[in-house]
Ligand binder design. Sequence first.
Ligand code: GDP
Length: 429
Amino acid sequence: MGARAPGGACTVVVGCQWGDEGKGKVVDVLAGDADVIARYQGGANAGHTVHVGDHHIVLHQVPSGVLHAGKRCLLGNGVVLDVDRFFAELDGLAERGVDPGGRVGVSNRAHVVFPYHKALDAAAEEAARRKIGTTGRGIGPAYESKTGRRGVRVADLLDRVRGVERVGRAIDWARARLRELGADPGLAGTVEDALALAHRLPTVATDVGDELARALAAGGRVLLEGAQGTALDVDHGTYPFVTSSNTTAGAAAVGVGIGPTAIDSVIGVVKAYTTRVGNGPLPTAFDPAMDERIRRLGAEFGATTGRPRRCGWFDAVLAAYSARVNGLTGIAVTKLDVLDTLPELKIATAYRIDGETRSLFPACVRELEQAEPVCETLPGWRTPTTGARSMNDLPANARAYLHRIEELVGTPIAMVSVGTRRSQVIRKW
Ligand code: GDP
């Protein structure tokens, strides 16, 4: 174990916009200092892209910390596990020379995503009048099963008899629901299909909360990794255009099975601009030409679905709200380099809604749809930042832009990322 980070022994990394903020890169950098890395929510709908050497690796479920040799990587109870994809990801890593053997564990309390959840996802999206824009990976239905107390957990599948009984009941329910939605009930699949890969679960099942508590008690360092972002949190996001779980830092303790008092610091990841994939309002959206330009410069296409992301200016109303909801102790600003060629930049400091200027992120999506951003304009730097390794290496206008973000968000910057590579980072601690 290295020196204790000023942040403390247990750090949460959380997305502060609509996801895709570059959490994978930030976690990858911070994982170098951690002993255990655990994901606390989400499923195979989240995609982290990490660049290591010449490899470009997309991880959907396995925490990106797995790319650091010797680190223990866990999936907490707050995650919904797509068993087939999870083992495919582990096997894929092994093929690319990353040996995850024995280092990856899954909470025995995590709920499992089955083929019938995907069938329900597709049928519900088809039947919905107003589409949410889900990834069709069965995540929503799996979380619904969980809160509906019909879910099947990893622990249930460790015992074949119990697994067959629980999955059988769940499939009966799914068949009935598919029929209601006007879809073919046969799409729910069979118990045998659902349990096909369950035989591998005993090799990874563990009590994640117990492991983490022991690691912390032994003086180890723990990193808790969220998926998606604050604006997609089922409670605090732009409901109903949200994901099915709590993405915010408060969910980190719940999602891995430790108490909130065990958490020392929360790093919020913000892109130097804003993006959104899927449907729902984006108040700082660029005009079409600028949207196209930044999408190209920032390679803004979904890591999981390839869907183009809509792009916009930095939204300090959202970021300040995220700082409060997550209790941020520091922010990591990513993709600063994407803005290197712009002559000037805007930051939204408030919204105009119904003729009123508001600085608090609204609860109602209708209001957000009407929100006109109130922006201030800052000069660009028109200099490459990709080689910067300290704040002093950055052009003065880039430092001023970051400083303004820090002021508006009310949180100090802990890290700035200036490129896709692990080395392209400025760490302030
Ligand atoms: P995540 O889900 O929050 O990890 O975000 P994604 O992985 O979907 O998107 C982040 C993308 O941005 C990945 O392709 C990263 O390699 C890339 N990225 C991360 N940080 C930077 C950066 O500082 N500059 C540039 N140009 N790309 C970055």
